[in-house]
Ligand binder design. Structure first.
Ligand code: HEC
Ligand code: HEC
Length: 283
């Protein structure tokens, strides 16, 4: 009897997640772990202007290499995504290809978005369709670096997210394709390429902006320069609140306010995965 009750409760608790509509799932992803607005929402003197959420972010300047203009993702037909079909948006978000054949540039995180599961990509698009239209013509980005002919070979096979029961695998999916944590937290080599194979999570990338200069930290399990000696609660506080274990406030561009909305279950998986990152010394 007691067992049956437990099973019934478990089934009931499992329901809300299963019953989430694609739009709800997409809203959750965009507003939490994916944090699209961290780049795509305009900034005012007091932070993001949420009444114009996702209508185009401030320019992202990388020295003389590029000035990228995060696009208007609202449903506006003339200046937003309203003019594109779902299939076109899928190619744009995951493979960085516009319908006219032109490539979408960095720092839109294609390294990682190519791993977005079909169901999550569909959910993100379903949600973007519901974002109130804001008319805002974003200027064209300027790239003084050559962009490759394509970011990825065309994706031909279905992509599925790992099962949530496998916490570490699901956490890897959160830290990679969905949250692109590992992009900001992996250093580049002298050739300007990310050292994903040898220095995954070791930190040391510099970010310049209105806040000054910040440098991403080491999120590997290294006990001296990484998170090896941090408790789960300390890691969670850094991610959600932007406060490190010494009480120091962390600077942008990490999207703390978005990660504050990550579900408890996803946060557990994310931290379980971070624990498995082989120790590396911060460069
Ligand atoms: C790190 C910053 C960053 C994040 C995070 C980011 N984007 Fe972008 N995105 C950009 C920039 C910059 C551009 C413009 C690049 C260009 O002009 O070539 C862009 C372009 C796009 C475009 C092309 C629009 C057009 O009209 O050409 C789409 C669609 C898009 N982003 C969707 C998303 C979605 C959905 C998310 C979240 C899942 C997201 N982006 C997260 C920076 C970002
Ligand atoms: C847009 C770049 C960016 C993204 C994306 C990003 N981070 Fe960060 N992160 C930073 C920077 C920069 C700092 C350091 C800020 C400072 O020192 O003031 C930081 C700090 C941290 C810290 C504090 C570590 C310490 O030693 O103080 C943790 C933990 C962390 N990030 C984890 C994550 C996780 C997990 C994700 C994905 C959910 C993530 N970050 C996504 C840029 C980023």
């Amino acid at each position: 009897m007691r067992l049956m009750l437990a099973a019934a409760v478990a089934a009931f608790l499992a329901l809300p997640a299963a019953a989430q509509t694609p739009v709800e799932r997409g809203k959750y992803l965009v507003e939490s772990i994916a944090g699209c607005g961290n780049c795509h929402t305009p900034q005012g003197p007091n932070g993001p202007i949420m009444s114009r959420a996702l209508s185009g972010g401030p320019p992202m300047v990388e020295g003389k290499l590029f000035t990228a203009q995060p696009s208007n993702l609202t449903s506006d037909h003339a200046t937003g995504l309203g003019r594109y079909t779902d299939a076109e948006l899928k190619l744009m978000i995951r493979e960085g290809k516009r319908p006219d054949g032109s490539l979408i540039g960095p720092p839109m995180p294609f390294n990682f978005y190519r791993g977005l599961a079909d169901a999550d990509l569909d959910a993100i698009i379903a949600y973007l369709r519901t974002v109130p239209a804001v008319k805002n013509a974003v200027p064209k980005s300027v790239y003084n670096i050559p962009l490759p002919p394509a970011w990825t070979p065309p994706i031909a096979e279905p992509i599925e997210a790992p099962p949530r029961t496998d916490k570490v695998a699901y956490g890897r999916y959160l830290a990679g394709p969905l949250g692109h944590c590992l992009e900001c937290h992996t250093p580049m080599g002298p050739d300007g390429r990310f050292q994903f194979d040898t220095m995954l999570g070791a930190g040391g990338l510099k970010f310049e902006g209105p806040w000054g200069i910040s440098m991403s930290r080491n999120i590997t399990s290294d006990p001296e320069t990484g998170l090896g000696q941090w408790s789960d609660a300390e890691i969670e506080q850094a991610i959600r609140k932007g406060v490190d274990r010494h009480g120091r406030h962390l600077m942008p561009p990490m999207g703390y306010a978005y990660y504050a909305k990550v579900s408890a279950e996803d946060m557990t998986a994310l931290i379980a995965f971070l624990r498995t990152l082989p120790p590396k010394k911060m460069p």
